[in-house]
Design a binder for this molecule. Structure first.
Ligand code: CP
Ligand code: NVA
Length: 303
């Protein structure tokens, strides 16, 4: 059966460990200048309904470094934008390429793609989840802290797609996640329930101070995700007290580190001081998108 990666829980704990070990190996090899063309002759189609910098670059460069090829497809230039059915696009594309990565507005678009495609489908971000981001985040935490199962991870801000994937990831990693959001901006209830039912440790609080107390890792993201632009003015007001800044960071554990999937909005969800400070791991995190996704591609595509 073909494998897909639409939710972070599409992989088991053991599979996550395998993917991370491969990612670390590929990272070491790249730094040492050792070629690893494990996917020669393979093509990844990358369909984007929304903007992207990191996801686009890291998947394209990743396929290139693995000896394969990546095809950038702006959804607006495809027939789906003129009404061709997803199930038809998925089946036709499956006859040309080895895997499809999609960044879509609706999670259901990616699920429908996966249902009809006969090749692996990867979620490059939807309104519900951003599992590729979590692969990189977990890799970055592991790289920095060594062991991650005992970490306290705090999320401050919007209970969005990245937050949902973080919550589900507790099931695979064992770390505790505490989420601080304003009322009405909590993560998806079904996601929280699912994580808890599978043994994940998730706490929802209101105040950022309550979430970051004793936290080893603080994670934040934009207050206005792609697709939320119409709520901009309201959101800027609602999230005013949710900036990850130096005073907030001082409440966390001594060696706490900060993650942000980027793009960042300095002065909103994160201060410039924290973003540029010694406790920020954001550039390692951005780099690890490349290594983690290469390992994911190898896991999905190598015979
Ligand atoms: N973090 C992330 O997915 O970045 P892009 O939107 O630039 O791809
Ligand atoms: N939550 C953000 C993540 C961007 C990478 C968004 O969906 O726009």
């Amino acid at each position: 059966m073909k494998k897909d990666f639409i939710s972070i829980l599409d992989i088991s704990r053991a599979e996550l460990e395998g993917i991370l070990a491969e990612a670390e190996k590929l990272k070491r090899q790249k730094k040492a200048g050792v070629a690893h063309e494990l996917l020669a002759g393979k093509t990844l189609a990358m369909i984007f309904e929304k903007a992207s910098t990191r996801t686009h670059i890291s998947f394209e460069v990743g396929m290139n470094e693995l000896g394969g090829h990546a095809l950038f497809l702006n959804a607006r230039d495809m027939q789906i934008w003129r009404g061709e059915e997803i199930r038809d696009t998925a089946r036709a594309a499956s006859r040309y390429v080895s895997a499809i990565m999609i960044r879509a507005y609706k999670h259901s678009t990616i699920e429908e793609f996966a249902e009809y495609a006969t090749i692996p489908v990867i979620n490059g971000l939807s309104d519900l989840e951003h599992p590729c981001q979590l692969l990189a985040d977990i890799m970055t935490m592991k790289e920095h802290f060594g062991s991650i199962s005992d970490l306290n991870v705090a999320w401050v801000g919007d209970g969005n797609n990245v937050c949902n994937s973080l919550i589900l990831s507790t099931v695979l990693t064992g770390y505790d996640v505490t989420v601080a959001t304003p009322k009405g901006y909590e993560p998806e209830e079904t996601i929280v329930k699912k994580a808890r039912s599978l043994g994940g440790h998730v706490k929802l609080v209101r105040k950022p101070e309550a979430a970051v107390k004793d936290a080893d890792v603080i994670i934040t993201d934009t207050w206005i995700s792609m697709g939320d632009d119409k709520e901009r003015e309201v959101r800027l007001k609602v999230f005013e007290q949710y900036t990850v800044d130096a005073p907030l960071l001082r409440l966390a554990s001594k060696g706490a580190r900060v993650l942000h999937c980027l793009p960042a909005h300095r002065g909103q969800e994160i201060s410039d001081e924290v973003m540029e400070g010694g406790q920020s791991l954001v550039w390692d995190e951005a780099e690890n998108r490349l290594h983690a996704q290469k390992a994911l591609l190898v896991w999905l595509l190598k015979k």
